[in-house]
Design a protein around this ligand. Structure first.
Ligand code: NAD
Ligand code: DAU
Length: 333
């Protein structure tokens, strides 16, 4: 089976390819990635030369390139490629509309033209917006509140529209916050782990009470393979792990695991439009037979150990392009 993985040099996509090669010997992977600031050749170095693996550096918005790729025959698509950081979307929304919405449109058009066995659109739980109590079901109203989540919703509903209008075999997944190895250190957990290792202050937004549901990245990827196999065309599946904690608790947990003082945590000015709580009801995917395996305790220990063991990976990032973004984010606020 020839599988197009877009965004496979990023955090979740590179872990997805790792999992596929562990599980299957008959999947041929074509990894298409633009290698933006978030796409890292180091994440995919280990696949070089592996039979059944091809890397193409390119943009999902490039319709000529996408046509060339689909012309050779693609059985399945896992569309991970996206601009993904909420704070960056607050500064540079245009890139998000371009890649997340238009790029998905280009892929869907190619799937329509050449046909496709199954198209997995990796959406996010952020499309529902914030919820005070309880958890969102797949049928609940969608109220995204950042330029990132609004652009992801554009892609999410566009994929659904191609199912309804052109009968394309599309499945949409909406997962909660991922953590684990290879996550770019602009995101909360890897930023706090690496800052804490460096003995830097940990900048907690607002009052630190915002709640996220944390899932270990390979549990998310297992769920994607599961819905690819068992899911129903045109359906949406929430994915989550029911590890809901306020950010302050996570920050303290990181200090504890690294044996650092908790007073490294410093409250800073809040993210504009900061969603208070995300929570998804995962009973639909559970009824099909999937559930997360990794406990938060175990996943966090593994993640902290990975960042401790791989300073070369993150030090290079933090002293490069990341630095410019990070300084601008704080300066502009
Ligand atoms: P990431 O930022 O680590 O990786 C994104 C990858 O996409 C990078 O390798 C980047 O180079 C590539 N890319 C960006 N624009 C591209 C373009 N125009 N053409 C080709 N490649 C391009 O992101 P991630 O955290 O791995 O997220 C992957 C997907 O999962 C995204 O669609 C995201 O919305 C979704 N998601 C993420 C989470 C999470 O917690 N990280 C949760 C739910 C859903
Ligand atoms: O819910 C799924 C989404 O999770 C994905 O779709 C996104 O791609 C991913 O980036 C993530 O979005 P969040 O905004 O929830 O993740 P982030 O890691 O940026 O922030 C997590 C929480 O931590 C959030 O409440 C903001 C807070 N935070 C974040 C940073 C970077 C801080 O307090 N300080 C920080 O420096």
């Amino acid at each position: 089976m020839r599988v197009l993985v877009t965004g496979g040099a990023g955090f979740i996509g590179s872990n997805f390819i790792r999992l596929v090669f562990e599980k299957f010997t008959d999947w041929e992977i074509i990894n298409l990635d633009k290698l933006t600031y978030a796409g890292n050749p180091e994440n995919i170095k280990e696949f070089e030369g592996q039979s059944g693996y091809t890397f193409i550096q390119g943009d999902i918005c490039d319709s000529e390139l996408i046509d060339e790729i689909f012309k050779k025959g693609i059985d399945a698509v896992f569309n991970f490629a996206a601009e993904t950081h909420v704070d960056r979307s607050i500064m540079y929304g245009g890139d998000f509309i371009q890649t997340d919405v238009f790029g998905t449109f280009v892929l869907l058009e190619a799937a329509k033209k050449y046909g496709i066995g199954r198209f997995i659109q990796i959406s996010t739980d952020e499309v529902y917006g914030s919820i005070k109590e309880g958890s969102f079901k797949e049928t609940d109203a969608l109220n995204p509140s950042s330029p990132y989540s609004a652009s992801k919703l554009g892609a999410d509903r566009l994929a659904y529209a191609y199912h309804v209008t052109y009968k394309l075999p599309i499945i949409v997944t909406r997962c909660s916050n991922n953590y684990g190895p290879y996550q770019y250190p602009e995101k909360f957990i890897p930023l706090f782990i690496t800052h804490a290792i460096e003995g830097k202050d940990l900048p907690l937004y607002g009052d630190g009470t915002n709640v996220r549901d944390w899932i270990f990245v390979q549990d998310h990827n297992e769920a994607l393979i599961f819905v690819f196999d068992k899911g129903i065309d045109g359906e949406v599946y929430n994915i989550g792990a029911k590890n809901e904690f306020p950010n302050l608790e996570i920050a303290h947990k990181i200090c504890e695991l690294l044996k650092k003082p908790k007073d490294l945590v410093k409250l800073v000015k809040d993210r504009p439009g900061h969603d208070a709580r995300y929570s998804v009801d995962i009973s639909k995917i559970k009824a099909l037979g999937w559930e997360p395996k990794k406990s938060f305790e175990e996943g966090m220990k593994e993640t902290v150990e990975w960042y401790k063991a791989n300073p070369d990976w993150w030090e290079k990032i933090k002293s490069g392009a990341f630095k410019e973004y990070y300084e601008k984010w704080y300066k502009d606020r």
